[in-house]
Design a protein around this ligand. Structure first.
Ligand SMILES: N[C@@H](CCC(=O)N[C@@H](CS)C(=O)NCC(=O)O)C(=O)O
Length: 228
């Protein structure tokens, strides 16, 4: 039976971390809100009880319903051989660290509230983005760079590499100048990104209509004034 992914239909957002695992695994899935049911299908899931998810992405595997991006990716990776069983907790910790980085990237354009427009929190966004570019992005990327000792961050290829790839793509989209500066010191991360991009199923996915382009409604947004 095909997996059912519930995520906002017009953005990559956090759903993209899940899509990449599904695509690399060659798994059959329906991106529900991009079909005739639309975003209403997500709202219906959030209103359910008991065991309702708090926010998308949400994944249904038959009777099983999961939420939290890192949990979903970890679950799929275990089922599809994209993580070694003895490394699953460490992999999950890395996936959650990537989620922390993604949340901080998001907060550069929404530092006060996700309920306000970017234009209504621009002075705070300028300050937050400066701190992100100068302190947090180098700290996170420097950490991941030190962890890479072979092809993948966990030795063998794993779903964490897919999430790192997506994060690198997003940061480069949102902060092209800061990204160029910071990644001068992270050659292994750049190589990892390129290796993931060249994986046949990922390359096919990136060239397909299924890959939504980055845009200014998602997690990684390009507002030139927030870059350096
Ligand atoms: N930690 C959660 C965050 C989920 C999340 O913030 N989802 C966003 C879309 S990317 C959303 O729709 N949030 C609604 C809300 O927080 O009210 C995860 O990694 O899945």
């Amino acid at each position: 039976m095909a997996y059912r992914l519930y995520y906002w239909p017009s953005i990559q957002g956090r759903g993209e971390f899940v899509r990449l695992v599904l695509e690399d695994a060659g798994a059959e899935y329906v991106d529900v809100a991009r079909g005739p049911e639309g975003a209403k299908a997500i709202i219906a899931k959030l209103r359910g009880a008991p065991l309702a998810p708090f926010a998308p992405p949400i994944l249904e595997d038959g009777e099983q319903m999961l939420f939290q991006t890192a949990v979903i990716c970890s679950y799929l990776a275990e089922k599809h051989g994209l993580v070694r069983p003895e490394q699953k907790h460490h992999a999950l910790a890395l996936a959650m660290t990537i989620a922390d980085l993604a949340a901080e990237a998001h907060d550069t354009h929404h530092p006060v509230s996700t309920g306000l427009y970017y234009q209504d929190q621009k002075p705070e966004a300028l300050k937050r983005a400066k701190a992100f570019r100068e302190e947090r992005m180098p700290k996170f990327l420097g950490y991941f760079e030190r962890q890479i000792t072979s092809e993948g961050i966990l030795g063998d290829f794993s779903y964490v590499d897919l999430s790192l790839f997506q994060t690198m793509m997003g940061l480069e989209y949102a902060f092209p100048n800061a990204f160029a500066r910071v990644t001068e010191k992270t050659p292994k991360l750049l190589e990892l990104r390129d290796r993931v991009r060249a994986r046949p199923r990922i390359a096919a996915y990136l060239a397909s209509q299924r890959r939504i382009a980055f845009n200014e409604d998602g997690l990684f947004r390009r507002y030139p004034e927030l870059d350096e």
